[in-house]
Design a protein around this ligand. Structure first.
Ligand SMILES: Nc1nc2c(c(=O)[nH]1)N[C@H]1C(S)=C(S)[C@@H](COP(=O)(O)O)O[C@H]1N2
Ligand SMILES: [Mo]
Length: 389
């Protein structure tokens, strides 16, 4: 590992562990570390099972985090949620190749070393799985610093030809998919696509590193796409091929899964419309309440598609909306943690947050959500209940 890399990793680790009592660091396994200050306690939510806890991520397995433990801007690589649909392919790094094919002036192939030697940048990006929901207490979420190559540089190095309209990203993982009404199955890779104009956005990154470490196996080692502002499904892990074509890619994760079926008015007609899960919908959620003496603190996160926020507000027991404080480390595409001090009376309380963007768009309540028949994109306000003793 280069010195520069060690320094970056140390800097990120330092923010991850800040606020911890030293004794806690030494004695408690990191995955249950509530990152509490001296004398601080986690106050249980009454909408969660009393014994709710989440174990550490296990190699190869999916994982979601206990969102009550969110207290740091960067999610530890060991606790960042893990989702994949065909298992985690082991890629031999010596044989690894990234191929760029299709409607380009020059098809290309890169070794890992070629990629490592290209100019790098880094960006903070937070995202959630399009299937994240209240039932999981929003645990399919995380925020990290990604470092790698600008996607646009790779596309420009091959030269997208004028007929090229869509960029397809293939992962090394594949599974058998049954063909409806036919007694047959085919092997399909995980893949997603983006229109060329979207793919050319300067923030899109082919990430080699996550929080200053080589990309962990579960997060796509050695290379993954991150499309800041998009739901997790866009961020193709174990990336091995980029293909430019003249039509939208229609694989399972574009056309069948991760498709939101919504009721829309189309030219005055009510229609059920299918949309691929793409840009993150404005969302906030309260996930943590801590107590130091009688002083309580409420913490939550906001996700956006990159549209700047106007504010995030909290209402307690149906009372007035009061503005919460946003973490100053927030960036355009990171999650935005927010906090508010609270001096509650004993008894049962309801807490809810709502985010508003600079266009005045306010996060919907459950009742205001567009009518939707599928389980994707759950961005309604998330009321929490808590008992103060
Ligand atoms: N190759 C590949 N990439 C993938 C997936 C997959 O199954 N295979 N799942 C996607 C989905 S649905 C999500 S939510 C994110 C999760 O990324 P993470 O495991 O790093 O949090 O990866 C995306 N990228
Ligand atoms: Mo997902």
């Amino acid at each position: 590992m280069t010195d520069e890399k060690v320094t970056r990793r140390e800097a990120i680790k330092k923010t991850i562990n800040s606020g911890l009592a030293l004794s806690a660091v030494a004695s408690v396994p990191h995955w249950i570390l509530p990152a509490l200050a001296q004398g601080e306690e986690l106050v249980p939510f009454s909408d969660m099972p009393e014994d709710y806890s989440r174990g550490p991520a296990r190699p190869g397995a999916p994982h979601w985090l206990d969102t009550r433990m969110i207290s740091d801007f960067y999610t530890d690589n060991m606790d960042f949620y893990v989702v994949q649909h065909y298992g985690q392919p082991e890629i031999d790094l010596d044989d690894y190749r990234l191929k760029v094919t299709g409607l380009v002036d020059e098809e290309r192939e890169y070794t890992l070393e070629d990629l490592q030697n290209m100019s790098q940048f880094d960006i903070d990006a937070g995202f959630e799985c399009g299937g994240n929901n209240a039932g999981r207490f929003q645990g399919l979420v995380g925020n990290a610093n990604w470092r790698g190559i600008r996607l646009r540089n790779i596309l420009n190095a091959s030269g997208v030809s004028s007929e090229g309209t869509e960029v397809v990203f293939f992962g090394a993982d594949s599974g058998t998919e049954a063909i409806p009404n036919r007694d047959t199955e085919v092997e399909q890779s995980f893949a997603r696509s983006l229109p060329v104009a979207e793919a050319m956005r300067e923030e899109n990154i082919l990430a080699l590193e996550m929080n200053g470490e080589d990309l962990p196996q579960g997060h796509g080692r050695p290379l993954r796409l991150v499309v800041p502002g998009y739901y997790g499904v866009a961020n193709v892990k174990w990336l091995t091929q980029i293909h430019i074509q003249d039509r939208r890619y229609m694989g399972r994760f574009m056309g069948r899964d991760y498709v939101t079926l919504k009721k829309e008015m189309i030219g005055g007609e009510e229609r059920w419309v299918e949309n691929s899960v793409t840009k993150i919908q404005l969302k906030s959620a309260i996930v943590r309440v801590t107590r130091l003496g009688s002083q309580h603190k409420i913490t939550g996160f906001v996700l956006t598609d990159g549209t700047p926020l106007r504010n995030v507000e909290i209402s307690i027991d149906g009372g007035p909306w009061r503005e919460a404080t946003l973490d100053p480390r927030s960036t355009r595409y990171s999650w935005k943690l927010f906090t508010m001090d609270w001096d509650p009376s004993p008894g049962d309380h309801t807490l809810v947050s709502r985010a508003t963007d600079i266009n005045g768009h306010v996060q919907f309540t459950e009742e205001e959500m567009p009518e939707k028949a599928s389980r994707w994109e759950n961005y309604a306000q998330f009321p929490r209940t808590i008992r103060i003793s």
